[in-house]
Design a binder for this molecule. Structure first.
Ligand SMILES: Cc1cc2nc3c(=O)[nH]c(=O)nc-3n(C[C@H](O)[C@H](O)[C@H](O)COP(=O)(O)O)c2cc1C
Length: 324
């Protein structure tokens, strides 16, 4: 299947693995890229330019296919060394960067000068148009269903994607709630040129996370995620667990007076404990409603092959229907 996204990134299938904290290691990115999609290393999990350079080198040892690096721009008091991380990306010969979070305008000149394609992930038409205006090559349009940070507008993909298609000139992929060939065909129908998946890729054989994380996704239904940190305007969709329930009680009790300090035990530094050690109640971790559509742990190759096969079958069936 050829789309503007497969052509832009030099990949076989229009499927991207979004950056994921403590999941997007070299093993994850290489497995997705080897299966014909675009794997993405999560830059901030590495944290320093040296570690990111090392992770990029490890990924190159595992695949000769294109892969990307996610640079999430967070509103922190002590920001990471973004120029250094960008330099590690450029020096490592990476050709695609997925930006997310705040406006990536400060990172763009260096990335564009190095010939790197930039896909910015955002949760509204407004921010997608901004990304287009500042020179991003593509957008990943993340609907309200998504695992992670859905923004504050709460617009699901059945509305958000066609709205993006009506307004954008640059290509975009759907993101949030995507799991299978049905998701891909629906995304294409709504004007996307491919799809981005997070949660679905965690439940794969190669995902370098503890088995408990994969089993938690399999056990979850579409009713098991919660939105937290809304009062802080930093809404995150997470899988419900004991820590999340504690967090939600704090939010109810403290109301608008809540600060990040109040919830540090539930959100700060919890990813290594969950993803690496499998201590599932250690804190809040991002997970999409799409968990309700995830029932197995295939390899990335099996997953992507199956998505493409199902998409082709659906398209053939629709063609037959259209012919009557
Ligand atoms: C565990 C987890 C961690 C994530 N961490 C990040 C991150 O660090 N940066 C980022 O841009 N997106 C992050 N995301 C969002 C994904 O890249 C992707 O946009 C999202 O998962 C899509 O929704 P889905 O889970 O329904 O497929 C994360 C998602 C998950 C599930």
């Amino acid at each position: 299947m050829k789309t503007a996204i497969t052509e832009m990134f030099g990949i076989q299938h229009p499927i991207i693995q979004g950056g994921m904290h403590y999941v997007g290691f070299a093993e994850m990115a290489a497995a997705v890229s080897n299966a014909g999609g675009l794997g993405i290393i999560t830059g901030l999990t590495q944290g320093t330019p040296e570690k990111l350079a090392n992770e990029i080198a490890r990924c190159k040892d595992m695949t000769d296919k294109p892969f990307g690096v996610n640079l999430t721009i967070l509103p922190t008091l002590t920001p990471p060394d973004y120029p250094g991380l960008v330099k590690a990306v450029i020096d490592g010969g990476v050709k695609v960067v997925e930006t997310a979070g705040r406006n990536p305008v400060d990172l763009l000149p260096a990335l564009k000068d190095a010939g790197i394609k930039v896909i910015h992930k955002c949760t509204s038409v407004r921010h997608s148009l901004k990304a287009q205006a500042i020179g991003c090559d593509a957008v990943s349009v993340d609907g309200f269903e998504c695992g992670g940070h859905p923004g504050e507008d709460d617009v699901p993909n059945f509305i958000l994607l066609p709205r993006a298609a009506d307004e954008l000139e640059i290509p975009f992929v759907s993101s949030g709630g995507m799991a299978d060939g049905r998701s891909l065909v629906a995304s294409l129908a709504m004007g996307a040129q491919g799809m981005n998946m997070g949660t679905r890729f965690i439940a794969t054989k190669e995902a370098p996370v503890h088995e408990n994380v994969k089993q938690a996704i399999l056990a979850a239904s579409e009713l098991d995620t919660r939105l937290v940190m809304r009062p802080l305007r930093n809404t995150e969709r997470v899988l419900n667990n004991a820590a999340v329930e504690r967090l939600i009680i704090k939010e109810k009790e403290l109301g608008d007076a809540i600060t990040i300090q109040d919830i540090l035990p539930e959100v700060a530094g919890v990813y290594p404990k969950i993803m690496m050690e499998g201590t599932m109640d250690a804190g809040a971790w991002s997970c999409g409603m799409v968990a309700g559509l995830i029932h197995d742990i295939p390899t990335c190759q099996e997953l992507i092959d199956r998505i493409m096969l199902q998409a082709e079958e659906i398209i053939a069936r629709m063609n037959a229907m259209a012919r009557g």
